[in-house]
Design a protein around this ligand. Structure first.
Ligand SMILES: O=C(O)C(=O)C[C@H](O)[C@H](O)COP(=O)(O)O
Length: 219
C-alpha cells in the first residue's frame, strides 16, 4: 500500500522545518502573505479549509508564488480532498484520522498526513497507508515527551510526525531536535490581526525568527 507521502515532499518539508498554518479570510491577502513568509525563509504553508477563501488562496499562491509548497488543512471529507487536489495542493492534512478521507487521498494521489494523538490513532493511520502523521494538538496532548512515548512502538516502520497545536518560537527548537519530527506547524507565523492589517514586515520577521531556529538546530 502507498505510503501516501513521497520522498521529495518529505525532503522539502524537512528542509523548510516550519509550516505556516494560515486561516485566510480574504483571498487578496494570500499572495502578499505568501511572499512575506518566503522573504523570511518559510516556504511551506498549510491553508486551512476553515475559511471560504482557502481554495482561491491556494490557486493564487500556486500561480504567483510557485516556490511555496502549499498544503490544505482541515480536510474533513473525501470531497474536500478532491477539491484540494484540483486546486493544486501539494499535500493534505486533517485534525483527525478519518479512514474514508485517507483512502480517497491515496486514491487520487494527494499526499496526506492525518491527525493523531493516541497509539490507536497511529495504528489506524499506519494500516491505512500513512507514514507522515500530524501530531495534534501537540502541546495540550503532552508535547514532545508524550509524543516520544506513543511513537516508540512504531518507529521501526519509518513514521514521521508534524506536531501542531501550541507550537511557537519558544518551543520550536525542542521539537526540531527530535529526529522523528519532519517539520512543525503553527499559526504563530501569521497572526490574524497582523494579516488583517497587512503587516507583512511583521510576518517576514516572524518567519525569519523561525527560519533561524531551524537553521540553528538542523544545520
Ligand atoms: O484545523 C486544522 O486542520 C489544523 O491544522 C489546526 C491547526 O493545526 C492548529 O489550529 C494550529 O494550532 P496553533 O498553531 O496552536 O494555532
Amino acid at each position: 500500500m502507498s505510503t501516501a507521502f513521497p520522498e521529495n515532499l518529505r525532503l522539502q518539508l524537512r528542509q523548510t522545518g516550519v509550516i505556516a498554518v494560515l486561516m485566510i479570510d480574504r483571498a487578496e491577502d494570500a499572495v502578499p502573505l505568501a511572499r512575506a513568509l518566503l522573504a523570511g525563509g518559510v516556504n511551506g504553508i498549510e491553508l486551512t479549509l476553515r475559511t471560504d477563501a482557502a481554495l482561491e488562496s491556494l490557486r493564487r499562491i500556486r500561480a504567483e508564488v510557485p516556490e511555496m509548497t502549499v498544503g490544505v488543512g482541515t480536510i474533513l471529507t473525501p470531497k474536500q480532498a478532491n477539491e484540494a487536489k484540483e486546486a493544486g495542493a501539494s499535500f493534505g492534512v486533517a485534525p483527525g484520522m478519518n479512514p474514508r478521507v485517507v483512502a480517497e487521498a491515496i486514491r487520487i494521489g494527494l499526499p496526506f498526513a492525518p491527525g493523531v494523538c493516541t497509539p490507536t490513532d497511529i495504528e489506524i493511520a499506519i494500516e491505512a497507508g500513512c507514514r507522515v502523521l500530524k501530531f495534534f494538538p501537540s502541546e495540550p496532548c503532552g508535547g514532545l515527551s508524550y509524543l516520544r512515548s506513543i511513537m516508540a512502538p512504531f518507529m521501526h516502520l519509518g513514521v514521521q510526525f508534524i506536531p501542531l497545536g501550541g507550537v511557537g518560537a519558544g518551543n520550536a527548537a525542542h521539537y526540531l531536535r527530535e529526529p522523528a519530527v519532519l517539520a512543525l506547524g503553527g499559526s504563530w507565523l501569521a497572526p490574524k490581526d497582523i494579516v488583517a492589517k497587512g503587516g507583512w514586515d511583521v510576518i517576514t520577521a516572524l518567519a525569519r525568527e523561525a527560519t533561524d531556529i531551524v537553521k540553528e538546530v538542523r544545520s
